[in-house]
Design a binder for this molecule. Structure first.
Ligand SMILES: CC(C)(COP(=O)(O)OP(=O)(O)OC[C@H]1O[C@@H](n2cnc3c(N)ncnc32)[C@H](O)[C@@H]1OP(=O)(O)O)[C@@H](O)C(=O)NCCC(=O)NCCS
Length: 158
């Protein structure tokens, strides 16, 4: 396995790297904003210098994306923290371990930056995935308009 902060190659022609905000749109649109205008794929904070966008490529094709936004969550822990946003794996590639590998890559990058906490507003349907990746629920389920029920989940990074 070859790894630097902005590039990682694993087995099976799978490459993880940092990409631009717009490069995330094909997967964001298909998986997270299906049927909505492409403009709905732009998230607040996408263009900040501190925001990181991860792309997973299988044989050169974009199969998964995730975004890391610098954002404290003092309700959990008042430390240097990032929020995971826009986590999505292409439909026909789900359930093959790719999501977990993206999370591992994200955690590695953040640990190298001395970030102490990663948290997310997890869709209810994705709670078992994040639990499997070592994340803990915090607080009650709440509704995000037009998207559905979510819960805050987090992991302390060492
Ligand atoms: C949620 C999502 C990112 C997970 O990625 P994925 O590549 O499908 O998940 P993985 O194959 O890496 O799963 C990792 C582990 O979590 C488990 N897992 C994943 N989803 C699960 C579920 N719904 N129930 C139980 N376990 C689950 C897997 O079995 C696997 O376990 P293992 O490591 O013991 O084999 C992906 O399915 C997706 O894009 N879903 C639609 C969009 C979405 O919900 N995004 C999250 C928004 S908060």
């Amino acid at each position: 396995m070859l790894h630097s902060i902005d590039f990682m190659i694993t087995q099976n022609n799978l490459v993880f790297k940092l990409i631009s905000p717009k490069e995330t749109y094909p997967v964001r649109h298909a998986i997270l904003r299906a049927g909505k205008p492409l403009s709905s794929c732009k998230f607040d904070g996408d263009d900040l210098k501190t925001t990181l966008h991860i792309g997973a490529y299988q044989n050169g094709n974009l199969v998964g994306v995730a975004t890391l936004l610098e954002a404290k969550n003092s309700a959990i822990l008042d430390v240097n923290a990032y929020q995971l946003r826009g986590m999505a794996i292409h439909q026909d590639q789900q359930g093959k371990g790719l999501g977990k590998k993206i999370i591992n890559y994200a955690e590695t990058i953040l640990q190298e930056k001395h970030v102490l906490l990663l948290w997310m507003n997890a869709r209810e349907s994705a709670i078992p995935f994040y639990t499997n990746c070592g994340y803990t629920k915090s607080g009650r389920i709440f509704d995000i308009e037009k998207v559905g029920p979510h819960v805050v989940m987090f992991k302390k990074l060492k």
